[in-house]
Structure formats: structure tokens, C-alpha cells
Design a binder for this molecule. Structure first.
Ligand code: NAP
Length: 246
């Protein structure tokens, strides 16, 4: 079994299966995070080389089941997994945590992508908290008059945004800490990706408490495939598959 990882759900699934003799699994990382918190299972790191490379990997390693537990914004690898599994006849399930939805008291503005998020910040300088990772910052260079607070797991490249404070941090965060952070930096607006999940939802609760508007970037589209919402559902899917004698 190949688990495409990089999320806490992927690690949880690998941990749940590590002692199950019915499965021989490999957990794959993109190599984006330099020190991933890896479970004690066989790991491989780095891209496969597109659809062709992934299909070759599946054949050469006699993989008969792929669980794509990558981040909801990692659309390219999901597209590759769908195509490569179709080509090779390998079973695939995508683990996709439910998106966040606004609740009473939330002041969200939904945007389709990161350039749209940068453009809705407007012409008046504001103090903007970016929790979008370090790879998607380039569009904000078009709005350099804002003061940015950037929090990411990996360091942000130098010189991308002229007026930016940088914090390194890995979820989960508490609502109390998020609220204190918003106050300390005088944050007027939060920009985030609709990643979903509990681990990074505290910032949304803190923004709601403080009446701070949120620019919510929608998930990228991915090709349709069998999808489950969480680790438990993925384990059930594996169980049913086993019962079918696969
Ligand atoms: P991506 O754009 O879907 O993938 C880019 C390339 O990275 C893929 O084409 C693939 O290379 C390789 N790749 C991605 N995930 C892989 C995996 N699990 N194992 C092996 N190779 C993998 O995804 P991304 O560049 O990682 O991230 C895109 C967005 O998702 C960003 O917004 C990022 O912040 C967010 N995100 C991703 C992860 C993650 O672990 N992937 C975690 C948190 C957040 P080849 O084509 O060469 O196979």
C-alpha cells in the first residue's frame, strides 16, 4: 500500500496500520517539510516524476492500493494519483477532510485563489495575517503597501514581501494563543486556505471572537475519485476491500 502523506491524517493512518500484518505500507512525502513528524513506518521522500513516474513506481513496487492523504491544496499530486491509478488499475481512495464553513459571527470573504485573495485586500494599508504556507506568497508581492505577519512551518524566502514579520509554527494552536497573537500584532485581516480540520481551526475561532474579517481561499478542484473524510473512514474502506477479497 502506498500512502501519499504530508498531513496528520496520513501519519495517523500509517500508525494505525503499522502492526497490521495484512498490509505492507510505504508512506510518501513530497519533501516540502524538512523535518516531518514521521511515524515509524517505511518512508520515501520526493516527487515520483509526474503521472508516468508514479505509474512506474506502482508497477515496480507491486502496489495494489493507494491512499491519497495529501493536503486538500495539494491538487497536483492528487490529479497524478487519480491518473496513475486509472492507468495501472490500482485501487485508490482519497482522504479529504471536510472544508470549513462560516458560522454565526464569522466575517468571511470567499475567494477562488491566492491572486484573488491578494487583490481583495484593497488600496488602504492594513495589518494582514497570512497563514497560507510559504509556497503561495508570491501574489501578495503585488500589494506591498500592507504590513504582513506570515506564519509558516518552513522558513519564508527573503525579500518576497518588503514589510513582513515572520513566525515559524506548526499546528495545533490553541484559541487563546491565536487570539493573543492577533492582538499582539494588531491584526486587521486574516488570509487563510480552506484546509479544514481541527488542528488549524483555532485562528478562525479567535478571528470570530475578535470580529476580524477572514479572506478564505477555496480549495482547488481535483478529479473525482472515491473519497473518505477521515482516517476512520479510510480504515473502514480498507476493511471492506479486504472483505471483498482484494
Ligand atoms: P502539489 O502541488 O500537489 O504537488 C507538487 C508535486 O510534489 C507533485 O507533482 C509531486 O511531484 C510532489 N508531491 C506532492 N505530494 C507528494 C507526496 N506525498 N509524495 C511524493 N511526492 C509528492 O503539492 P505540494 O507542492 O506539496 O503543495 C501544494 C499545496 O498544498 C501548497 O499550498 C501547500 O502549502 C499545501 N500543503 C501540502 C502538503 C504536502 O505534504 N504535500 C502539506 C501541507 C500543505 P511529482 O509530480 O514529481 O510526483
Amino acid at each position: 500500500m502506498l500512502i501519499l502523506g504530508g498531513t496528520s491524517e496520513a501519519s495517523a493512518l500509517a500508525r494505525a496500520l503499522q502492526h497490521d500484518a495484512r498490509y505492507q505500507l510505504v508512506l510518501s512525502y513530497a519533501g516540502v517539510t524538512r523535518a516531518p513528524v514521521a511515524p515509524p513506518v517505511p518512508i520515501r521522500i520526493g516527487g515520483f516524476g509526474g503521472v508516468a513516474g508514479l505509474a512506474r513506481y506502482l508497477r515496480e513496487n507491486a502496489v495494489d492500493c493507494v491512499i491519497d492523504a495529501t493536503h486538500p491544496f495539494a491538487a497536483r499530486i492528487t490529479g497524478h494519483a487519480v491518473a496513475a491509478c486509472r492507468e495501472t488499475g490500482v485501487d485508490l481512495v482519497i482522504m479529504n477532510r471536510p472544508a470549513w464553513h462560516p458560522e454565526a459571527g464569522d466575517r468571511w470573504q470567499a475567494v477562488p485563489d491566492m491572486p484573488a485573495a491578494a487583490s481583495v485586500l484593497g488600496p488602504v494599508p492594513r495589518r494582514v495575517f497570512l497563514t497560507i504556507g510559504q509556497k503561495d506568497l508570491a501574489p501578495f508581492a503585488a500589494a506591498p503597501w500592507h504590513h504582513y505577519l506570515i506564519r509558516s512551518i518552513e522558513p519564508v524566502p527573503e525579500g518576497l514581501l518588503p514589510d513582513a514579520a515572520k513566525l515559524l509554527g506548526r499546528p495545533p494552536f490553541s484559541v487563546m494563543d491565536e487570539s493573543a497573537l492577533l492582538e499582539r500584532y494588531g491584526i486587521e485581516l486574516l488570509v487563510t486556505k480552506n484546509s479544514g480540520g481541527a488542528a488549524s481551526a483555532a485562528k478562525l475561532l479567535a478571528a470570530r471572537e475578535r470580529g476580524i474579517p477572514v479572506v478564505m481561499v477555496a480549495r482547488p478542484a481535483v478529479p473525482s475519485a472515491q473519497t473518505v473524510p477521515d482516517t476512520e473512514a479510510a480504515l473502514r474502506w480498507l476493511h471492506h476491500r479486504m472483505c471483498r477479497g482484494v
